[in-house]
Design a protein around this ligand. Structure first.
Ligand code: 3HC
Length: 697
């Protein structure tokens, strides 16, 4: 008998227990153990009913993703579930934690399902570029009907136990925490009442009622927008539709064919890389798991602007009190007002209750003095990018804050070591770079200074988790990982337009790759006056900064979305960028002034220049140890800039394109275009010479 699945009898109930930490995934040992344990249960004359229950934190959380792409070892999951469904003794699945993917499919193959009220169920395969491939697309709609099954399967969202009961996915929900006791009691009831074996495959009322309905086409139309660029959500609809058009066994065959199409799609590889990368980033190289973590039970924030306010919301959302300090009362009032408005909007959309709005607002207090930071555990400075001001602030924090308080800067580019030098405790100083809008974007780029202590590094990574962000620890350099690469892309996008491309052509290439918006639409969102101010400051300091057609836009008060005109124009209340002939004209004049004869630029050249310049910079970032692994860069780009997760992040994408192809093109651009940005990274050259990928590092 396998060690991970055991069989024993308690009274009249044969208990099959899965114990395969951390999440009881359906690896080969579990699948074969399930078959063996079922056989024992079938042969146990004293077992009147069987119970499937899991040890540890959760019911089965799905197929073992680590086995994907390797040769499949029998028994396959579909066959295991068939054997459970065909058992002539009734089987009860007792669900705690999360029954996900193959886990829920296994439970659906059982005859009854009971869940703890804290449990959740779902079919999240779509998030991995897949569809439920062990009967989920055929059994779930038999219980819930088409629409709900389509919603669950195409979104991958979980459903809580109470809703699952209402939808007929589970038969009973019990409070408490002892899943085994709950399962045993339910199985005993099944045995005592002589309840029959009840197979979901035989439930036909809902599939008959909705046969040939329009819901599938409606759903496909809705997905065109929601699932732009994705492959598997559409295959999910095809599979669910098969449950309504085909007999069960044929529907299962169709599901398998569609599942294999998804398995073979490159999107599956990208999404699974993203899944593991998101988890790997929390394991920081050189930082032991037992590094002590400081308590962060109160937070101070400097600056009540968009960034400061958004950061404050993250902490209030998880019950941590925040004090925001501003210089002037009206700025403070304005900032607090915007936070309230954001919460009220969430309440209007039904995302939180009015009571939660009040609870969260009660956790956020405003102040005009740093004295109120005396007792806080962490301070995050979120004022605009100016080194002198930041140093002055950190000097003051050093005087006021208690020993052991963490002093963080939300700077997006500046030198953390220089900021830390304004204090007598550089070991407590760290960067915590949030992405705008800070209450929405999931990335937290934590920046270690050369003297930041391990304890502080571990604490800011733990804080990220606590506030439900994905934390990535990176090294200190101008722009860190994300903005350093973005700046290279931005400069290349500008150069392409100077040479003859239009902003909309550049943006389209980027959105076709899967970015939510292009370089120029992003500039409009952020406000193009930001870059202008930086260029002006540098010019005033005597630097030779090349003229830009963007400067002319700012001088015309076309600042971006906030003035309804920037690189694009915008209709009242809309964020949709509309190309503007006035801007095309302005760019044409600019080229004339600069003596540039515009040329036709192909989409392929735009793609290569915008992406390869980032990859080359990413390689330099790895070489310098600013990022520890290529997956850290991938996660920064997926969660900070909306790089399509189905492409796995820029460095994973580069590995798929082929590093030799990229290096050849980078060399060519270095020869033809010149510039430091095209000097091939030594690491890129090394990897190509060794026939290796970023993923091999
Ligand atoms: N296979 C292999 N490993 C898995 C796994 C899976 N299905 N799910 C989670 N893990 C691993 C994680 O990689 C992590 O490993 P680590 O500790 O070495 O980093 C560990 O389990 C714990 O995971 P989390 O850090 O994510 O823990 P949480 O408690 O935050 O979340 C969870 C638990 C909700 C189960 C979350 O891990 C999750 O959503 N897992 C994926 C579930 C899923 O997608 N299931 C469908 C799989 S595909 C399938 O079933 C195909 C079928 O239809 C044929």
């Amino acid at each position: 008998m396998s060690e991970v699945v055991t069989y024993n009898r308690e009274g009249a109930i044969g208990v099959i227990t899965v114990n395969y930490p951390p999440v009881n995934a359906l690896g080969h040992a579990v699948r074969s153990g399930l078959v063996a344990a079922l056989e024992q249960g079938q042969n146990d004359a004293d077992a009147k009913a069987l119970l499937l229950v899991c040890e540890g934190r959760t019911f089965i959380a799905g197929a073992d993703i680590r086995e994907f792409g390797k040769p499949m070892q029998e028994p396959g999951l579909t066959s295991v579930i068939d054997q459970y469904e065909n058992s002539d003794k009734p089987i009860v699945a007792a669900i705690h934690g999360t029954a996900l993917g193959g886990g829920l499919e296994t439970a659906l193959g059982c005859h009854y399902r009971v869940a703890l009220s804290s449990a959740k169920v779902g079919l999240p395969e779509v998030k991995l570029g897949l569809l439920p491939g062990a009967g989920g697309t055929q059994r779930l709609p038999r219980l819930t009907g088409a629409r709900k099954a389509l919603e669950m399967i195409t979104s991958g969202e979980f459903v809580n136990a109470k809703d699952a009961l209402g939808l007929g996915i589970v038969d009973a929900v019990e409070d408490g925490s002892d899943i085994k006791a709950v399962g045993l009691a339910y199985a005993q009831k099944v045995a005592d009442e002589g309840k029959p074996v009840r197979r979901v495959r035989d439930v036909t009322d809902k599939v008959e009622a909705e046969k040939g309905g329009e819901v599938f086409d409606q759903f496909r139309a809705g997905l065109e927008k929601k699932a732009r660029g994705l492959f598997s959500p559409f295959k999910c609809v095809d599979a669910v539709e098969a449950a309504f058009n085909l007999p069960f066994d044929e529907g299962m065959k169709r599901e398998r064919e569609l599942f294999m199409e998804c398995m073979d799609s490159p999107q599956r590889g990208g999404l699974i890389h993203s899944f593991f990368a998101e988890r790997e980033v929390s394991k920081v190289k050189g930082l032991s798991k037992d590094t002590p973590v400081r308590d962060v039970n109160s937070v101070g924030i400097i600056g009540a602007g968009t960034m400061g306010g958004g950061i404050a919301m993250n902490f209030a959302n998880v019950g941590i009190p925040v004090t925001i300090v501003e210089v002037k009362q009206d700025a403070l009032d304005k900032g607090l007002g915007i936070i309230r408005k954001n919460y009220e909007n969430s309440a209007k959309k039904g995302r939180i209750t009015q009571q939660q709005v009040e609870e969260r607002m009660a956790l956020i207090s405003g102040s005009l003095t740093y004295d109120d930071f005396r007792d806080v555990d962490l301070v995050i400075e979120a004022v605009f990018e100016n080194m002198a001001i930041k140093k002055e602030i950190f000097g003051k924090l050093d005087e006021v804050c208690k020993p052991g308080a963490i002093l963080a800067s939300n700077t997006s580019t500046l030198d953390i070591d220089e900021i830390a030098s304004a204090t007598k405790r550089p070991e407590d100083v760290v960067g915590m770079h949030f992405f705008s809008p800070a209450n929405v974007m999931k990335l937290l780029e934590n920046v270690r200074g050369s003297e930041t202590s391990d304890e502080v590094k571990a604490t800011v990574m733990a804080v990220a988790k606590k506030i439900k962000k994905v934390g990535v620890l990176v090294g200190n350099c101008h722009g860190f990982v994300g903005n350093r690469m973005l700046h290279k892309r931005g400069a290349e996008a500008m150069a392409l337009v100077n040479e003859g491309a239009s902003p909309q052509q550049v943006d389209k290439v980027l959105t076709d790759l899967g970015y939510p918006m292009g370089q120029f639409a992003m500039s409009d969102l952020a406000g193009i006056d930001v870059g202008y101010r930086i260029r002006e400051e540098r010019r005033n300091a005597g630097e030779d900064v090349a003229p830009s057609w963007m400067d002319k836009l700012v001088e015309m008060n076309r600042l971006g979305q906030k003035t309804q005109a920037g690189v694009y124009k915008y209709e009242e209340g809309s964020r949709k960028p509309i190309p503007d002939p006035e801007v095309d004209q302005l760019i044409a004049e600019f080229r004339k002034e600069q003596g540039i004869t515009p040329r036709e630029i192909s989409d392929q050249e735009i793609l290569e220049r915008c992406m390869y310049v980032m990859i080359n910079e990413g390689a330099k970032i790895l070489e310098e140890g600013i990022a520890d692994r290529s997956l850290d860069i991938d996660v920064v780009w997926i969660y900070g800039y909306g790089f399509p997760a189905y492409r796995g992040g820029p460095m994973f994408w580069a590995d798929q394109v082929g590093l030799d192809t990229i290096l050849n093109t980078v060399r060519n651009f270095h020869d033809t275009l010149g510039g430091q940005q095209w000097k091939p990274a030594a690491l890129l050259e090394k990897l190509v010479s060794e026939n290796k990928k970023f993923g091999d590092l």
